[in-house]
Ligand binder design. Structure first.
Ligand SMILES: NC(=O)c1ccc[n+]([C@@H]2O[C@H](COP(=O)([O-])OP(=O)(O)OC[C@H]3O[C@@H](n4cnc5c(N)ncnc54)[C@H](O)[C@@H]3O)[C@@H](O)[C@H]2O)c1
Length: 369
């Protein structure tokens, strides 16, 4: 049993880019309350300095420092980290928090926007890890915390580059984690995956979705807690990952999302089945007889042993075996779960559906050959 000290980060020295507001500022505040010395940076240098000043006022002494930084620019990173280390007395925690987004699908997203978002959200995380690691090695145990998102798992429409960038952050974090664990160094790397929190990055959604109640309703759809996250929800997650309480936690993807990641997929699937909306892996009608749609009672899906377990319980990339408990089409002599052997129409011919007897649905292409 570990006794949690009041100052869970006593002796820690944290470098937090993107700390002029939102989650970064909340983390800096909480880290300082728990005994850490914090160095805040942001492209909005004045904003970062204002946050540091507020922290110092709260503590009545200097525990926070700040500087302007554009995380996209590689050259200043080493010098800034050295400045921070000298100021706060070494570095043991890096929080790669700065992040931006851009709307657009692949065709209408400008290449410059793609590069800008990937530059801040991914390349800068790589810079941060690369140049902070020598300092973390000198100040073990060390921790890197990278801000990913639930968008790493559940892609939102018209959010191409953000979705891709946050998936990259999750993967990059695990890569760092494994490499340093293998070196037997006490340096851990984890990613945090927040759901929606009302900060600067989400504000445009409120403008687009209009009236506040409606915006919250839409942004929390599928979340049984029916609320947005708060910056402190993420700050407490980061506090745990920065502290030695999480000393055996590395390469973890910490979802802080009010169960939303699980619920949304479940609701979507129920809705899909009940409304008769055709899913691309669900046969809707008998192609030979033209009989009414074959409705599958498919709860719960079973993953193939090799399939990855996604937090939302569903990924179209995963092969899934459906157990056909029941077929609700009007009975006909051959309509049992194990006798579904009609040739499939081309539209769903290559669907990855298997029966409970593990026989794959017939594929019209293989049937021909
Ligand atoms: N708020 C959410 O709903 C949410 C959800 C999932 C993930 N996240 C992630 O959390 C992190 C923090 O976001 P937030 O919610 O606090 O948003 P925010 O917009 O309030 O904060 C982001 C900060 O990053 C700074 N920044 C932007 N570009 C920068 C650059 N080039 N160099 C240095 N600083 C730069 C901004 O000035 C801002 O202070 C981001 O990585 C974001 O993607 C947020």
């Amino acid at each position: 049993m570990i006794d949690l000290p009041a100052h869970r980060l006593a002796g820690k020295r944290a470098f937090i880019p993107g700390a002029a507001g939102g989650l970064g500022a909340a983390m800096a505040r909480l880290f300082a309350r728990h005994g850490a010395r914090v160095f805040l940076t942001d492209i909005d240098g004045d904003g970062a300095r204002a946050q540091a000043a507020a922290i110092n006022t709260e503590h009545g002494t200097t525990v926070a420092w700040a500087a302007a930084q554009n995380v996209r620019e590689e050259a200043p990173w080493p010098q800034l980290l050295e400045q921070a280390a000298q100021t706060v007395g070494g570095l043991s925690v890096l929080v790669n928090n700065a992040g931006i987004d851009a709307l657009g699908g692949v065709e209408n997203l400008g290449t410059k926007d793609w590069q800008r978002v990937m530059g801040v959200n991914v390349e800068a995380v790589y810079f941060g890890c690369k140049y902070a690691l020598p300092w973390l090695k000198q100040n073990q145990p060390g921790a890197i915390i990278n801000l990913s998102s639930m968008a790493a798992y559940k892609v939102d429409p018209d959010y191409t580059v953000y979705n891709a960038s946050k998936a990259a952050v999750a993967s990059l974090s695990k890569s760092v984690a494994i490499d340093y664990a293998r070196q037997r160094l006490a340096i851990r790397c984890n990613s945090i995956h927040p759901a929606f929190i009302r900060t600067g990055i989400v504000e445009p959604f409120f403008q687009q979705l209009g009236e506040e109640g409606e915006a919250i309703r839409k942004l929390t759809r599928g979340n049984p807690m029916r609320r947005l996250g708060e910056p402190d929800d993420m700050a407490y997650a980061a506090l745990y990952l920065a502290s030695d309480e999480s000393r055996f936690v590395t390469a973890a993807e910490l979802r802080v999302d009010g169960v939303g990641g699980v619920m949304r997929a479940l609701r979507t699937r129920i809705k899909t089945l009940d409304s008769g909306v055709r899913r691309n892996d669900e046969p809707m009608s008998d192609p030979v007889s033209g009989k009414p749609p074959l409705r599958l009672a498919v709860h719960p899906p079973t993953r193939h042993p090799g399939g990855s377990q996604q937090p939302n319980g569903w990924s179209s990339r995963d092969p899934v075996t459906f157990k056909l408990h029941k077929i609700t089409r009007p009975p006909c002599p051959s309509s049992t779960a194990s006798s579904v052997s009609r040739p499939a129409p081309k539209a769903w011919s290559n669907a990855a559906i298997s029966t409970s007897s593990k026989k794959p649905f017939p594929d019209s292409r293989t049937a021909k050959s």
